[in-house]
Every structure is written in C-alpha cells, then in structure tokens.
Design a protein around this ligand. Structure first.
Ligand code: 3PG
Length: 409
C-alpha cells in the first residue's frame, strides 16, 4: 500500500472549505441513541486540527443502508447531537437535505473553524451509484477533500471515491492515516512470530482474508462458528454445529496448503457444546473430535484457551478479528473473554504489536469492559479492514494523493 498524503502535508487551510468524509455509521439503540461513539471520537482529532488551522468543515457521512431514499430513522440527528456537545458552538448543525439551495447557503456562510454536518449521504441515489454528476455537485461545495472514513474505504461511492476526482488536493485524515499505518505492517513486514486469530460465524465472509493470512502469518488460529467447517473438512462429526457446506472443500484445500507451507492452523482441543442455542442451555465440554450428534458447539473450551496462551505469549505481532464463541451469552463467553484479556496483557507485558478489528470483536470488548487503549490499534473498519488485510486495494484509499504527489495549492 502506497502511503498517502495527509492533512499535515497541506498548510494553507485558513478560509478553505473542506469536504471531510467521515464514517459516523454508529450503532443506535431502539430509542435512536448512540451505543458506541468510538467512530466519532476517532475522527475528532482530524476535525479539531482542521478547525484550529481555520478550515471551514463540511462533514459527510452515511448511516445505515437507506438505499438512495430518505428514511427518517436513519437521519444523522443523534450524530449532530453528539457533535454539538463534542465541538461546542463551532458546530453549526446539520442540514435537512444532502444537496440543494439550503445546503449551498449554509456552506457559503460557514466561518473559519466552523463545522457543518450534511444529512445522511446515502439518502441520495447518486452516492452508492457513484454518479459523476452527484460527485461533481459534492465537489462544488468545497476547495479540498479529506477522507477519514476508513470504515467505508472499501466502497467506491461518490463521497468516498468519485468526489476525489474533482477536488485537489485529496488527503487522508489522521484516522485514515493511522489505519493504513497500523494495518500495512501486518501484510508487509510483521515482526515474527505473527499470529492471526480469526473468529466469527461465517467462513464465507472471511475466506479471502484467511487465504492471505495463511501466507503471511506464522500461526493461523481459527475460532468461532467458522471452525466447524474446518473440523468437517477434517472428517470430524460436528453434530448440530454451524457449518457452511459450500466451503468444506475450500477449507480442506486451505488445510492442505498450510501443510505444504509447514504452517499451523490452530483449531483447538476442546469445545463447549449445548443442547440448544440458548443462554440456559444444558452444556458440557468435549474434545473437538467428539461433538455429540445431537449437540452444537458454541464456544472453545478451557483446554483450547490454555493452549492459546503460550501461542499468544510467544508472538511479536497479533491480529485478532472475530469472537471465539457466542460471547453475548455468558455461558459461551469464556473463550472470547480469555483471548481478549490474554492479548491485552501480552500487549503490555511483551510490548507486543496488537491489531484488532471487526464489529463483533469491538462489541465483545465493550461487553467485557476492556478498553481500546490496551491494544496497539483497534480498527474502526469491519468489512474495510478485512478487505485491506486480504490485500485488496480499497478505492477510497487508492484515489487519495500519493505521498509523492506534489501539492500545488
Ligand atoms: C461499516 O459499518 O462497515 C461501514 O460504515 C460501511 O457500511 P456498509 O457496509 O453499509 O457500506
């Protein structure tokens, strides 16, 4: 990944109107309140830096998937409320529409250091279609483009990709830069041993990243629902556990490839199995090769946890994405909690380089009250971080100015 020019590489900010793409696609509860504001918090340094240098900031974000039409429950009102508290009187509010006369007027009257939030960009059909006309309309609002929305960098939309063709310079914000700098070493030059711990329910959504990580990591740890597809590929009975039958032969091929490369794919020693998917299910601990036919595995077991600790402690670099079990139910939370605590402890005691990612991983940290500061980097990207780690060039990053491009303005 080529390094990108950042907001530090441009100095003439005073009075400039900046179109700042952020990813404020934050989780909301049934009452429409933000349950995790970390994506907003993570972009505040970029906003405040630009404010301090006198830029006039137009924030652009999506929320949910309204599919090109106005959906009342997906208005950015809760985000605007949060920003009003975080930024004080410099935050001049949110527009009611994404484009139009009122938006023009409000942008024209912005003063140095002030911040305006546009309504949910995905209310406009031109956004996801990456329509050139819509991208030009957005570009016309500003003088400079900044992208801090790493979480949406895998989408080639008008506000993440198209607009950058019509605004110069096109720069990375601090969060975007931090994500690129933290994730790149995992693929390019990890300090070894490098252990990749990949969990979560669906092998189909992570197969690409597993294939890439097998070639760069020294040990690949597979947990969560996807491990049963691998156990099935090894010929073990998996009872009523989750499986993706279409992926059994692919899992088998990956196991063979690992053998050929002399690498270890860790699939644990024991599992917690249950008679049903419920917090009060009746459970027992069994070996990975003896899941009873009428039971389903929902977490890794204590022997598996114990065998992971030395692997973690011997590592120099760790990537963790995806839970080990159904952590939302206390009876199946132990595997995920053990990994979270072990990686956090190792990061501190061994000065390890730890990178975490994925919505479920972040939700687990929240549930277990384990702070992000206990890891080297916690990515704000779900799909974006997986695609990045698969080695795919993300369109929202590719379109930004390379660090070698001369800035003319
Ligand atoms: C995310 O939450 O992963 C990003 O905001 C991207 O959202 P999307 O998957 O709806 O494009």
């Amino acid at each position: 990944m080529t390094l990108k020019k950042t907001i530090r590489d441009f100095t003439d900010w005073a009075g400039k109107r900046v179109l700042l793409r952020v990813d404020f696609n934050v989780p909301l509860n049934a009452s429409g309140e933000i349950t995790d504001a970390s994506r907003i918090e993570e972009s505040l340094p970029t906003i405040q830096y630009l404010q301090d240098l006198g830029a006039r900031i137009i924030l652009v974000s999506h929320l949910g998937r309204p599919k090109g039409t106005v959906v009342e429950s997906m208005r950015l009102t809760p985000v605007a409320k949060y920003l009003a508290t975080a930024l004080g009187s410099a935050f001049v509010g949110k527009t009611e529409t994404v484009v139009g006369d009122d938006v023009q007027t409000r942008v024209q009257t912005l003063q140095d250091g002030q911040v305006l939030l546009l309504e949910n960009i995905r209310f406009e059909p031109g956004e996801e279609a990456n329509e050139a006309g819509f991208a030009k309309q957005l570009a016309a609002l500003a003088d400079v483009y900044v992208n801090d929305a790493f979480g949406t960098a895998h989408r080639a939309h008008a506000s993440t990709e198209g607009v950058a063709h019509y605004l110069s310079p096109a720069l990375a914000g601090f969060l975007m830069d931090k994500e690129i700098r933290s994730l790149t070493p995992l693929l390019k030059s990890p300090e070894r041993p490098f252990t990749a711990i990949i969990g979560g329910s669906k092998i189909s959504s992570k197969f690409g990243v597993l294939s890439t990580l097998l070639t760069v990591a020294d040990t690949l740890v597979i947990g969560g629902g996807m491990m049963f597809t691998f156990l099935a590929a090894q010929g073990f009975g998996i009872g009523k556990s989750m499986v993706e039958l279409d992926f059994v032969s692919k899992a088998e091929a990956l196991l063979k490839q690992a053998n050929g490369l002399g690498k270890q794919i860790w699939l644990g020693e024991d599992l917690v199995v249950a008679d049903r998917f419920a917090p009060d299910a009746s459970t027992q601990t069994v070996s990975v090769c003896s899941i009873p036919e009428d039971m389903m595995a929902l977490d890794i077991g204590p022997k598996s946890c114990a065998s992971l600790i030395p692997i973690i402690n011997a590592s120099k670099t760790i990537l963790w994405n995806g839970p080990m079990g159904v952590f939302e139910m206390p009876v199946f939370a132990n595997g995920t909690k053990t990994i979270a605590e072990a990686v956090a402890r190792w990061t501190k005691e061994h000065h390890g380089f730890s990178v975490l990612g994925g919505g479920d991983t972040l939700a687990a940290l929240e549930l277990f009250h384990i702070g992000h500061e206990r890891f080297t980097h916690v990515s704000t990207g779900g799909g974006a971080s997986l695609e990045f780690l698969e080695g795919i060039t993300l369109p929202g990053i590719a379109v930004l100015d390379d660090a070698t491009t001369l800035i003319t303005r």
